[in-house]
Write a protein that binds this ligand. Structure first.
Ligand SMILES: [Zn+2]
Length: 175
């Protein structure tokens, strides 16, 4: 049986015990931008953050893209989130290719060139890449300066979270 078929069957059993209060309006306290990597699926647990308290926004490589900002607009300006964590991680797949190599890889796989996506957000240094995402969000005109934005790298071998928030982001906070 495929995993999706198993999931559908499991839902039929589990829906009986569902907590209907989950239909109430969400009230997240923090937004977390992180990687879609399945090794990070227990991140909230490791940070002792209750699922109800976090808007978790994920994509490959923890990239602060236009669509991430779109989600954050809802977190901040509709749901009242005042803190954002950007969590990169060690050993990310985004270190495996360059933009050019990956485009060539896709061409080889699919046999055609395509106009989009134009950028895949590959990087060589997770600290620098995570800092850059923080600064991209920090300078966004629709993210108020009193919203805290802090960057971290999660080390998958030690389980430790290391802060990498760049100085410029802190200066903006202190100002
Ligand atoms: Zn990753």
């Amino acid at each position: 049986m495929s995993l999706i078929e198993r999931a559908i069957a499991a839902n039929r059993k589990n829906a009986v015990h569902h907590d209907p209060s989950l239909a109430n309006k969400p009230a997240p306290k923090v937004a977390i931008l992180t990687c879609m990597d399945p090794r990070l699926n227990q991140l909230l647990e490791w940070l002792d953050i209750k699922p109800a308290d976090a808007d978790v926004i994920r994509n490959v490589g923890t990239a602060a893209t236009e669509d991430v900002v779109r989600s954050l607009m809802f977190s901040i300006h509709v749901l009242g989130v005042r803190e954002i964590m950007v969590v990169g991680h060690t050993g990310c797949g985004m270190e495996m290719f360059s933009e050019d190599d990956f485009e060539k890889h896709l061409h080889k796989q699919c046999g055609v060139w395509a106009v989009a996506p134009d950028k895949f957000h590959f990087y060589t240094d997770v600290n620098g890449a995570t800092q850059k995402q923080v600064l991209k969000l920090r300078s966004h005109p629709w993210i108020p300066s009193d919203v805290v934005i802090r960057g971290f790298v999660f080390d998958l071998s030690t389980g430790e979270l290391r802060e990498v928030t760049p100085k410029e982001a802190n200066n903006r906070l202190a100002a």
